[in-house]
Design a protein around this ligand. Structure first.
Ligand SMILES: Cc1cc2nc3c(=O)[nH]c(=O)nc-3n(C[C@H](O)[C@H](O)[C@H](O)COP(=O)(O)OP(=O)(O)OC[C@H]3O[C@@H](n4cnc5c(N)ncnc54)[C@H](O)[C@@H]3O)c2cc1C
Length: 380
């Protein structure tokens, strides 16, 4: 799970998801932003977070003093950072600011955490389907490293990452059926190995002995990444939220849930965007971060309508569905698995405005066993 965006704005849906990777937005007219630090926990070397704003704006109305978690009723609040979207991305960004700096942070969401793609996520934190030659590879590696470090930090604090995050090292299999798939999988294994990720190619027999429930025919095979892990998205979010909320009593954190962002407030003197308008509040921020997942694109377009600001590289929505089989004993898996077609799906690019992905995409399956022992099938 790795996609964030720094700027302002967000959009919607529960069974749509965002391509893993960097979400970037043209922020020229917003704030310049230096953000150098790990996302999680004390084990990550933290550099000072810094934040600078072009121009000035009037003195902030007031410093928030908020220790409860009930919705704030006042109509205007001021923070160093306002984050739009309380999915796993928005909340982890909030966590980073809270643990890695002394900045105050507000998180605003039109609903609640896990109401977006995060709540539907299958929770695999995998390298096996990632391409070391892609431009998002460094981000992928960093994201995986940070999740692993978070799990270690939790373990070091005397807690069990399985209980806290649903964290399990399952290993992952990228499986294919055809000779062409096998060629691609061998290449992927060698690329991953060269990039320092443990990976091996499994012939159909080797795959069958490792994962008896999966049969790919005589021409198939699999790329196996033994160090890949998975988590439970709800558990992980609830832990991150708990950490964030521990900063509320000192006035550094507040949540504005069930408050859709409806607009941006622009300074009449400097022209800078300086606040987001929600249904109930005006939230001022020196920096405004949009982490609204698949809603980011449409929200940004709505909010910047009529301005001359160019928006590019925005998040594209993609569909995914999960089917959960509770207490499903006939089929057991030792590892997470993914069909090789998912890689093409992930690399696909869509013309702007193309909403019906069914015209261009095949269906790929993923399969995992969740922390309750349920079989979870993903379709993308
Ligand atoms: C079925 C499925 C399975 C998946 N499995 C995996 C997996 O195994 N591994 C993996 O890495 N990724 C997986 N993903 C993708 C992953 O879930 C997403 O990439 C990730 O959750 C995105 O998080 P987010 O915080 O960016 O977005 P979201 O979780 O969608 O959060 C965005 C938030 O913005 C809020 N918002 C929207 N508009 C507004 C507005 N106007 N005002 C205020 N708030 C607003 C929404 O309410 C929402 O809470 C899966 C996705 C799906 C759908």
């Amino acid at each position: 799970m790795s996609s964030a965006s720094i700027a302002v704005n967000s959009p919607s849906s529960s069974n749509h998801f965002i391509k893993d990777g960097v979400t970037s937005v043209n922020v020229n007219r917003l704030c310049s932003f230096s953000f150098e630090s790990g996302l999680f926990g004390s084990k990550i070397p933290t550099k000072k977070l810094s934040l600078s704003v072009n121009g000035t704006r009037p003195t902030r109305p007031e410093r928030i003093s908020y220790s409860g978690l009930e919705p704030v009723k006042a109509s205007s609040r001021s923070f160093d950072v306002v984050i739009v979207g309380a999915g796993v991305i928005g909340l982890t960004i909030a966590r980073q600011f809270l643990t890695g700096s002394d900045l105050s942070v507000a998180v605003v969401d039109k609903a609640v955490p896990c109401s977006g793609a995060t709540g539907a996520g299958q929770g695999y934190i995998w390298m096996v389907h990632k391409n070391p030659a892609s431009e998002t590879w460094e981000l992928t590696k960093r994201s995986h490293q940070l999740w692993k470090m978070l799990a270690e930090t939790i373990r070091d604090q005397g807690m069990d990452p399985l209980q806290v995050l649903g964290w399990k090292k399952t290993g992952s299999l990228l499986v294919g059926r055809t000779p062409e798939d096998s060629v691609m999988l061998r290449k992927r294994v060698s690329q991953l190995s060269e990039a320092g990720v443990r990976a091996e190619y499994l012939s159909t027999d080797e795959l069958h002995s490792k994962e008896p429930a999966i049969y790919v025919g005589t021409d198939g095979g699999a790329a196996f990444a033994p160090d890949d892990c998975q988590l439970d998205a709800h558990q992980a979010v609830s832990y991150i939220e708990k950490v964030n909320r521990s900063f509320a009593p000192e006035g550094r954190y507040a949540e504005f849930y069930h408050e859709p962002v409806t607009g941006l407030v622009r300074s009449t003197s400097s022209g800078e965007f300086e606040a987001v308008q929600t249904s109930n509040n005006t939230l001022y921020g020196k920096a405004i971060v949009v982490a609204a997942g698949c809603w980011s694109r449409s929200l940004m377009h709505d909010l910047f309508k009529g301005s001359h600001i160019q928006l590019d590289a925005l998040v594209m929505p993609r569909k995914g569905h999960l089917l959960v089989f509770e207490n499903f004993n006939p089929l057991q898996l030792n590892h997470g698995s993914m069909e090789v077609g998912y890689v093409d799906y992930q690399n696909a690019t869509f013309p702007l405005g193309l909403d019906d992905q069914s015209q261009t995409l095949s269906v790929s399956m993923t399969a995992t066993i969740d922390m309750m022992g349920n079989l979870v099938l993903g379709k993308f």
